[in-house]
Design a protein around this ligand. Structure first.
Ligand code: ADP
Ligand code: ZN
Length: 444
């Protein structure tokens, strides 16, 4: 029997009931955090807010926001809300944007997190009949542990591969008949490329679904991966600070990710002013963990830019959906005054038949920003004459200019010369940062 929901009582709860539940949990959680986390109590006191001032969901805007800088300040134990002996796990962020942050979990926290991942697996069509190949990194990174736990909860046969060793990934995928692949989208693309090189065509294996996340990826990338692996590819979102992957997940509609609202309250704020924006606005996503025990963050700024929608979803889930984040506010580059996300460049490359592997180099020469993009040429183009290559570079250049509004310099480089990623891809080298030039986030 195909179960559509892992926890239908939560996932299909009427919206007004979700709100009531969130309100109830929020009021309790604020008091719990105030009483147990000195760091946050100090922030609340400084703002003149007391737990009793929080009587409904809208009151949340009275509470102070938390940022990654706060977590670094409070490192390692400053945000811990319970005795360390009640904790059973520590995980850590990937450190994509600087010093790692550590998060603590009680057994209830781990259970909640794994339930969220189980919801994601079931929403992608998973059941106890599936073999789940977990190719996210295991260890401190939350990707491996989260999907591993979720897979157990669903009762799937779990293959704890971790990332890397692509040869073995492919061998086990074939021999052990994996049906669901979980990894970063950039690693999925690499596995697809490796399968093709070995002469496998989509459909040669039993794989049917992928659950990919932990980094931004475009719709173009989704199509590319779906075609190369012959699967349906679903998005999953999360961050260590709120638990890990599974905070939000895609359903069969593949049209935005449902946020697990019984556990997380989401807001969209203006990243410059911190002001809460009305429903449907694009802005920075902020999360409040409603029932975490060990590391219960209130109003945590994710720096991810997205939009929330309450439009009805035909899957029957009532949880609000978030659009694919375009990237983090700190992924955004300002080049010659124009806001540029690496994901926009990735979309143009894929639309023009190139692989997503690219390297973006930003620099400043004679007070002008420069944008160079190294792109791998297709293997069949490798024998082109220099003249033909230059022509192709110009074509790509103009396609990117149309998208971004500024002119890049495109360099087509030999196939396989840009490093592949087994985890989160690093695509941008911003040399201006070394020069100490202020390229801080500004709003689009
Ligand atoms: P780090 O912040 O060091 O990378 P994490 O490993 O906890 O630490 O990563 C969380 C971040 O990864 C999120 O804030 C978001 O920027 C990114 N992320 C996770 N899942 C997705 C996704 N599906 N789409 C886009 N970005 C994602
Ligand atoms: Zn849905």
């Amino acid at each position: 029997m195909h179960k559509h929901y892992f926890q239908p009582e939560a996932e299909t709860m009427p919206v007004n009931e979700i709100k009531k539940l969130q309100e109830y949990k929020l009021i309790h959680q604020v008091r719990y955090v105030y009483e147990n986390v000195e760091y946050y109590r100090n922030l609340m006191d400084a703002k003149g807010v007391k737990p009793e001032d929080i009587t409904c969901l809208a009151d949340i805007s009275k509470l102070p926001l938390l940022s990654k800088a706060d977590l670094r300040d409070a490192y390692p134990y400053g945000m811990l809300a319970t005795d360390i002996k009640n904790c059973v796990r520590i995980q850590s962020t990937s450190g994509t944007t600087g010093k790692r942050v550590v998060a603590f979990y009680t057994q209830n926290d781990v259970d909640m997190w794994e339930d969220c991942c189980a919801r994601a697996i079931v929403a992608a069509g998973g059941s106890e009949d599936d073999v789940v190949q977990v190719a996210y990194g295991y260890g401190l990174f939350t990707g491996g542990a989260g999907l591993h736990g979720g897979s157990h909860k669903v009762g799937c046969l779990t293959l704890p591969m971790s990332s890397g060793n692509t040869e073995r990934q492919i061998q086990f995928m074939m021999d052990l008949q994996s049906t669901i692949l979980c990894c970063t989208p950039s690693y999925a693309a690499y596995i697809g490329e490796s399968l093709k090189e070995r002469g496998y065509k989509p459909g040669y294996n039993t794989l049917k679904v992928g659950i990919f996340g932990a980094e931004p990826w475009t719709e173009e990338m989704r199509h590319d991966i779906q075609n190369s692996l012959g699967i349906k590819a679903y998005d999953i979102y999360g961050l260590t600070e709120t638990s890990g992957p599974g905070v939000a997940f895609e359903c069969e509609c593949q049209n935005g990710m449902h946020i697990n609202e019984d556990h997380f309250y989401a807001e969209i704020i203006d990243p410059d002013t911190g002001e809460v924006l009305p429903e449907g606005s694009k802005g920075e996503l902020v999360f409040t963990a409603l029932d975490k025990e060990a590391f219960p963050l209130i109003r945590y700024r994710t720096r991810d830019i997205t939009v929330l929608t309450r439009e009805k979803c035909s899957c029957g889930r009532t949880f609000v959906r978030m659009h694919k984040p375009m990237g983090r506010s700190d992924d955004m580059m300002i080049i010659r005054g124009v806001n540029v996300f690496p994901s926009q460049i990735e979309a143009v490359l894929l639309n023009n038949g190139y692989a997503p592997n690219s390297q973006i180099i930003v620099d400043r020469v004679n007070n002008t920003d420069t944008l160079d993009i190294n792109v791998e040429m297709l293997p069949e183009d490798f024998s082109d004459t220099p003249k033909v290559i230059t022509k192709k570079e110009k074509q790509l250049q103009s396609a990117i200019k149309t998208m971004l509004g500024i002119n890049p310099i495109v360099h087509l480089v030999a196939p396989k010369t840009i490093a592949r990623s087994e985890g989160k891809a690093v695509r941008v080298i911003d040399k201006r940062k070394k020069l100490g030039i202020n390229i801080k986030f500004s709003r689009q």
